[in-house]
Design a protein around this ligand. Sequence first.
Ligand code: FAD
Length: 456
Amino acid sequence: MKDRSLLRRAVAKPQIAVAVGQACRRTQRHDPAVLRGRPMRRFSLASLLKEAVDGHQGWGRQWRAPDPKPAYDVVIVGGGGHGLATAYYLATVHGITNVAVLEKGWIGGGNTGRNTTIIRSNYLYDESAHLYEHALKLWEGLSQELNYNVMFSQRGVLMLAHNAHDVQSFKRHVYANRLNGIDNEWLSAEECKAFCPPLDISPDVRYPVVGGALQRRAGTARHDAVAWGYARGADARGVDIIQNCEVTGVRRDASGAATGVETTRGFIRAGRIGVVAAGNTSRVMAMADVRMPLESYPLQALVSEPVKPVFPCVVMSNAVHAYISQSDKGELVIGAGTDQYTSYSQQGGLHITTHTLDAICEIFPQFTRMRMLRSWGGIVDVTPDRSPIIGRTPVDNLFVNCGWGTGGFKATPGSGHVFAHTLATGQPHPINAPFTLDRFRTGRLIDEAAAAAVAH
Ligand SMILES: Cc1cc2nc3c(=O)[nH]c(=O)nc-3n(C[C@H](O)[C@H](O)[C@H](O)COP(=O)(O)OP(=O)(O)OC[C@H]3O[C@@H](n4cnc5c(N)ncnc54)[C@H](O)[C@@H]3O)c2cc1C
């Protein structure tokens, strides 16, 4: 349509005829067959200015759409942020590029593109604090590393305390985090209000705010950009990202070792297989006869109509069960809880979202008249201790990265980084060494649920 109007105007203005010719040449450049094997185009001020002049028609595809090869050194099941990050670090840190990421739908279409994007590292136990802080440090340089703007915004995450138990628990977090070199500070109710002006701290409400723990380096990022940035970076180094390719079986040899995966696009042989399938992990691992200590629940989120910037940070409240931030588009991004029963339906109960909205209106009465625009759900994979599982499985050549439950987006870079190490070397990275599958047999749990009861 745009080219046709250009053509009409070109009759009157000869310089536009040149533009029409350029547009046709660009269309040829966008053909995936033409693009295959081309080096990744870098984003820079110079390329942005050039495209601004050219009408942003020349950016091209950001990653290829290859057919699966018969065999790879590593096959990753699941094209969410964690799977794509794993592929990226396999290529960049370990030089392993004969890698395929198999995604049954579209990349980032699982929980990666459905979450409320809260990023923080103020977990209680040393093991978790090291893991999430490793991720947070990678977040801090991620846009530069990927040459892709993941819109990481360190606007601060404020966790509200409403009672004596909250105060004790959050102060314990503050001290534990500081001992681990992680920023976290205690604020009085008035300091909370100064940091987040829309907050109602009047004492005569059902759950008065009595203080809060603030991690200033925490914040949000644009979730689908994270998937796209890792996909682009991995693809440029030779990783095949194969969408619409569902894994339907895991083939094992006589010794029991995994040798490849059956897919909707045929059998693919693999030296090593990494399963990173979030809510579907139990299903994929069952294909290799491995029973996982996981339960899959729908978790919901919702956004309001867009409004002017009114909300400067992220606020979470466990006691009232609500958390909220504002997106760059202006929508209030609100996270709800999980359903109380397991399910693979990517939608949850209406009563869960209405309960959350009740809680939001309790803490921010000025939002009572806002209209909600849309809601959705994702399937989260929850372990008994609410900590992830990253490592080997009882099946040789089969590795798993799962159990991130309601809070794995924040871990994406760190999770991919340590899982790539595990896949490349066959051994855990020191940071993921405690997060074994067999801790549920040995009892060495990392019980963040009991420590904090914080979902995200
Ligand atoms: C509503 C909601 C809010 C959340 N809020 C936060 C938050 O604020 N902060 C936070 O840190 N975390 C949050 N989370 C959790 C976070 O989104 C996840 O922990 C994280 O995104 C998991 O990433 P992933 O790459 O492992 O999974 P996914 O992004 O789900 O990727 C797994 C992929 O595997 C694919 N797959 C599954 N089975 C197969 C198969 N058989 N063959 C091929 N592919 C397959 C799926 O299609 C999917 O794309 C939230 C989650 C939800 C649902």
